[in-house]
Design a protein around this ligand. Structure first.
Ligand SMILES: [Zn+2]
Length: 366
């Protein structure tokens, strides 16, 4: 095997604190687990522990399990018991969120994880890691929380979060995707990332850069720069509609094309120029199993195999998805990709972050 396919799914409700955890987390994740079990595929659930603990607090304070904490807890245990994995995701805006008319009104002062002070981040990471390990070790005594994904992928400035991860023995971050840029409620530019695929030890000053002595390894979400027509799939339309229905207060939803801000007015000439720019430019195309078709995912895996033919050792191919947008269309579309990986065991395998020899990546970067 040359490449291990890692399916990560961000396990959470909508970013504005709306939506039912039963519908957006538990039900779709149950479908993913059932489907994956047929192929021996393994899911890495990136569980937003900040919201899960907030759901539990609501139950404890009111005596009503309105956010389905018990079902979430049981699902995470089941996942680990049946050979899947659960790792740490944190949306800091849940800590001071307020219950209001059936949803959790977010603390937008803590929305951008990379700008939360070190002491608070360290406490969040410590609490999240202990929560997962206490919960999941009875289901799998070898369970360890070793990997992290930042809310909204926001890792720069990296110093505080990288130190908080290192202080808690979390050896992997999986937030960066090469070519990615945001300039709204979070700010980052990952166009200079060290690699689109090969893990690197991160420089705490800039997560995109390599520091051979860095304590945390970046496992990037695989991403290519692609023209806009690659983005036209049924599920992207579904996701765009979902985002419009659940808007954030200050941001346009950072959509696939990353465009959409700036002046929308202007005459026909300006409109045509914008259309031309959109068509000619390349945009970050993440390996997103909610948004790409199975055929697109297979084609990307073949490109990766060609591009990294000379690389030694087993490489991770990190895919991303979201439970909240995993539709029946996704299930059908994913089948050929799962079959392709399962049928080519000499070249590809399924796996989790816990399957890698992290020392090998450090030695290669030295
Ligand atoms: Zn998230």
């Amino acid at each position: 095997m040359r490449f291990r396919v890692l399916f990560t799914v961000d396990y959470e409700i909508h970013g504005n604190g709306h939506g039912s955890p039963a519908e957006l987390m538990v039900e779709p994740t149950a479908r993913i687990l059932t489907q994956f079990d047929r192929y021996g595929a393994r899911l890495s659930v990136m569980a937003d522990v900040a919201e899960i603990l907030r759901f539990r607090r609501h139950r404890d304070e009111t005596g009503r399990d309105e956010f389905h904490y018990e079902a979430i807890r049981a699902q995470l245990e089941t996942a680990v018991r049946t050979g899947h994995d659960v790792q740490l995701h944190i949306h800091p805006s849940y800590y001071q969120s307020r219950y209001q008319d059936g949803h959790l009104a977010q603390d937008y002062s803590a929305y951008d994880l990379a700008r939360v002070p070190y002491d608070r981040l360290e406490a969040m990471v410590r609490e999240g890691k202990s929560y997962l390990e206490d919960l999941l070790r009875p289901a799998d005594p070898t369970y360890r929380c070793i990997a992290f994904r930042a809310a909204n992928w926001s890792m720069n400035p990296a110093d505080a979060i990288v130190r908080a991860l290192a202080a808690n023995g979390i050896a992997i971050d999986t937030s960066v995707f090469k070519h990615g840029k945001r300039d709204g409620m979070v700010h980052f530019d990952y166009s200079g990332a060290e690699s689109d695929l090969v893990p690197w030890p991160v420089d705490a000053r800039d997560v995109c850069r390599r520091d051979p002595a860095g304590a945390v390894l970046e496992f990037p979400i695989y991403c290519e720069a692609q023209p806009v027509w690659r983005f036209l799939t049924v599920n992207r339309v579904y996701r765009a509609v979902q985002s419009r229905l659940n808007p954030l207060p200050f941001d346009e939803y950072a959509g696939a094309a990353g465009a959409g801000n700036g002046a929308r007015r202007g005459g026909l000439g300006a409109k045509l120029a914008r259309a031309r720019d959109l068509l000619l430019a390349r945009h970050p195309w993440k390996l997103d199993f909610n948004q790409c078709s199975g055929a697109q995912l297979v084609a990307a895996l073949r490109r990766i195999e060609r591009r990294y033919a000379d690389h030694e050792g087993v490489l991770p191919v990190v895919l991303i998805g979201h439970s909240k947008t995993f539709t029946a269309w996704n299930e059908r579309s994913l089948e050929p990709f799962l079959r392709f990986v399962a049928d080519h065991g000499d070249r590809f395998g399924f796996g989790t972050f816990r399957d890698f020899d992290l020392g090998a990546f450090r030695r290669a970067a030295a």
